[in-house]
Design a binder for this molecule. Structure first.
Ligand code: NOJ
Length: 763
């Protein structure tokens, strides 16, 4: 983390600053300042700093302020305006030692302006765009008095049944690691102590995306090599980029809950990786140690967690209740508490709060009159990022782009769905401010008679699913059915389709279907909507599917029926405009899948970078005694890295600068990329490497680099990648990270399957 440049301030008795020692300790000397402060803290005050509480609308504000003034709370989350947080900071300033509070929130893909969900951001493969989304989110959150976010979530997920796939950046270690770095830098800016920065806490440490069967909160059992090679690097990348915090995962790893795992938290995170920041438990995780069956009671749970190095306990009271007794009995030592307190104070220091507890709260007279004011949004940025994240999966007969003069039937339960457009974890985003697909298309078409809307189907016909999705929302039902019978809805849509030149069907999941606690056994589009698609297909009119969903879906049948498919995920406040930009050709799509699309749930997992096997299935050869499912076509529906454009690109003349590489050398891999179509366009040139023979089985290929390039129609360009020994290193059976001499295949392609290949030897 960057050093803070403070102006040689000294602690004084001024009202905003900490009442510290009689001997002034320079605020610029972080360690001495914190040690000095800790010397003055009582045990209760120390334990108070370890308490992180959620502020719900129903909570008695006066009581909370009293607790804060008594030194019993270190920070809050879910209170998100300056007006709400100021009285709490005032209370902290009335406490004996005036230790400032911090205010946290789940700012995951935007704060007031909602950007595309993380999986969609990853689909842009555009680090500048992703960084911009994070920077805007930080500025908006900081302007609302927030100091820290529980993001980025960098859990590698290879099982789309997991609803939280939507919150991560996909299945690939390299791509996720690059994004992890970008997001941390974007949130924290030059320094997390800046007034327009917020601290990042990377989550969920560790391996949460690998929960068994994609069932949320489940167990993880994983070999050390797989852990080190595939799942841990993105957390490490975030920490190396300076993330000030870590949120600890709810799952267990090889039989130990992460919240009680001293190896994970102390040996790996702090000792091996040198992490010096704040470790926060996930919601209620310390208490859950009892349910996991590793703690007999709350006392033992608190003991395990504090010894494992969990600094702050999110929303449970066990530290407050149990730590004094544990200390007294000698079951824990003072250092366990002190280490945790030190991390909390250091994080507050790094957020700039000791220098100015009101850094992000500001003065009351400057509070926004309306926190939802349009002027506080960043619509242009959101639209630009959103259109860069859309992935064109199919475009038969140049169905897209649509003519602006065409008569369009817009159907589907997601065509007018402002809440869903924002996706899950939409922070302080307001549905009324999000642009639906209907809004976006209307703005382009202008002539109302040329846009015929019919809902066509409800999200689901399954009452149990509907109730579940609505139970997830605290305020009002999110998924509201059209009460008319399914066949009436479909007939209306078919009539609209028959009157139109082309059909655009907005189908997929409601946002709650891809959410925390929303694991699915079935990845089909819900049956009500599939029936609608079948009826639309039967009209014979060109059919464009606009998919909205937070995970790969199984769309085998729909892929056969549709003429064009645009994957839009949940694309945020400006989603409707961004999608319309692509549908009508004002923006040429350039997104690529950060996850593999399986043909069926039974195929999962389908990640592209699987290990080599002894009996691989070979396309075109009989399948007998090879690794495959005999009852379906082998291979995914859409591979990792896949995505089309309105123009075409060709790759030619792939070359390596040498057929050998020595351990200190460099190799240049190049390819000629040509835009062979009639439109300017961007594409992502992807570099994969396969270590052909090693001391361990290596993946069939691994993404090692990529470049997103723009080419004018007819333009060509040679793209170069530099390969060094570092790109060839891996964790071997002894967990030593090293490259092994031998043959390597280098592949370059516009997706992970359709590639050119050359080889070299590492000497
Ligand atoms: C539980 C979730 O697992 C975590 O990701 C989130 O940050 C916390 N709740 C706080 O909202």
């Amino acid at each position: 983390m960057k050093k803070l440049c403070l102006l040689g301030l000294f602690v004084s008795l001024a009202s905003h600053q900490v009442l510290a020692a009689e001997t002034p300790v320079p605020l610029e000397n972080k360690d001495a300042f914190i040690s000095n402060l800790m010397k003055q803290m009582t045990l209760d005050e120390k334990i108070g700093q370890l308490r992180l509480i959620s502020i719900g609308p129903e909570m008695p504000r006066e009581l909370i302020r009293k607790e804060i003034a008594g030194g019993n709370i270190g920070g809050t989350f879910n209170s998100i305006t300056r007006a709400e947080n100021r009285p709490m900071q005032d209370a902290a300033m009335r406490s004996r030692l005036k230790i400032p509070m911090f205010f946290a929130y789940d700012v995951i893909h935007g704060h007031r302006t909602i950007f595309p969900i993380p999986l969609a951001l990853a689909s842009s493969w555009d680090m500048d765009a992703i960084g911009q989304s994070g920077r805007v989110a930080a500025k908006e959150a900081a302007a609302d008095s927030l100091d820290i976010t529980f993001a980025p979530m960098v859990d590698i997920s290879r099982d789309p049944r997991w609803g939280r796939s939507s919150e991560g950046f996909g299945e690939d270690t390299y791509l996720t690691s690059r994004i992890a770095r970008v997001m941390v830098k974007a949130y924290q800016g030059e320094t997390p102590s800046a007034a327009d920065s917020i601290m990042a806490s990377v989550k969920h440490f560790a391996l949460y995306g690998a929960v068994e069967g994609g069932r949320d909160y489940n167990t993880v059992d994983m070999s050390p090599v797989k852990m080190y090679q595939d799942y841990l690097p993105p957390y490490r990348a975030a920490i190396d980029a300076g993330a000030g915090g870590v949120m600890v995962a709810l799952n267990s790893i090889n039989g130990i809950p992460a919240t009680a795992d001293t190896w994970l938290m102390n040996d790996l995170l702090r000792r091996d990786w040198g992490f010096k920041g704040l470790a926060v438990s996930d919601h209620g995780a310390i208490f859950e140690l009892i349910k996991h069956g590793v703690a007999r009671d709350g006392r033992e749970a608190a003991k395990l967690a504090i010894k494992a190095g969990i600094d702050m306990s999110m929303n449970d009271t066990l530290y407050g209740k149990e730590l004094p007794g544990l200390l007294k009995s000698g079951e824990i030592e003072q250092k366990h508490i002190d280490n945790a307190v030190r991390e909390v104070l250091a994080a507050k220091y790094d957020m700039g709060l000791f220098k100015d507890p009101y850094l992000r709260i500001g003065k009351a007279e400057d509070d926004p009159a309306d926190t939802y004011a349009e002027s506080r949004l960043h619509r242009a940025e959101a639209r630009e990022v959103a259109r860069r994240s859309l992935v064109l999966l199919k475009n038969q007969n140049e169905t897209l782009p649509l003519k602006k003069t065409a008569k369009v039937a817009l159907v589907g339960p997601l065509a007018k769905a402002p809440i869903d457009m924002m996706g899950s974890w939409a922070a302080a985003g307001r549905p009324a401010q999000s642009v639906t697909l209907f809004d976006g298309m209307s703005a382009v078409i202008g002539d109302k008679a040329n846009l015929i809307y019919a809902r066509g189907a409800n999200i689901t016909g399954d009452k149990k699913v509907l109730d579940y999705l609505n139970f997830l929302n605290f305020d009002a039902p999110e998924v509201v059915d059209d009460p008319r019978p399914a066949n009436v809805l479909i007939d209306e849509a078919v009539k609209a389709a028959k009157d139109a030149d082309v059909i655009v069907a907005a189908v997929g999941e409601s946002r709650g279907m891809s959410h925390e606690s929303s694991s699915r056994t079935d990845l089909n589009i819900p049956e009500t909507q599939r029936e609608l698609i079948r009826a639309l297909k039967a009209t014979g009119k060109p059919l464009v599917l606009v998919l909205m969903n937070g995970r790969p879906l199984t769309i085998l049948e729909e892929n056969q029926s549709a003429d064009a498919i645009l994957e839009t995920w949940f694309s945020g406040t400006e989603g409707g405009n961004a999608i319309a930009d692509v549908l009508f050709g004002d923006y040429n799509p350039s997104g690529k899948l950060p996850v593999t699309f399986p043909r069926s749930v039974g195929q999962i997992p389908t990640y592209y970078n699987h290990l080599s096997i002894g009996r691989p299935f070979t396309p075109g050869k009989p399948g007998n005694y090879t690794s495959q499912y005999f009852d379906d076509t082998t291979g995914p529906l859409f591979p990792f890295g896949y995505g089309l454009s309105y123009t075409d690109f060709s790759l030619n003349d792939m070359a390596l600068s040498s057929t050998t590489l020595n351990t200190t050398g460099k190799l240049d891999a190049s390819v000629m990329v040509k835009n062979t179509g009639k439109r300017d366009g961007e594409t992502v040139v992807q570099l994969y490497i396969q270590d052909v023979t090693g001391s361990m089985i290596r993946p069939v290929k691994e993404l090692k680099n990529f470049q997103k390039i723009m080419l004018k129609a007819g333009e060509q360009k040679v793209v170069h990648f530099t390969i060094t020994e570092d790109d060839l290193k891996f964790y071997n059976a002894q967990l030593k990270y090293a490259a092994e001499p031998g043959k390597f295949n280098v592949q370059i392609g516009l997706d992970s399957q359709d590639v050119k290949q050359q080889s070299f030897e590492l000497l």
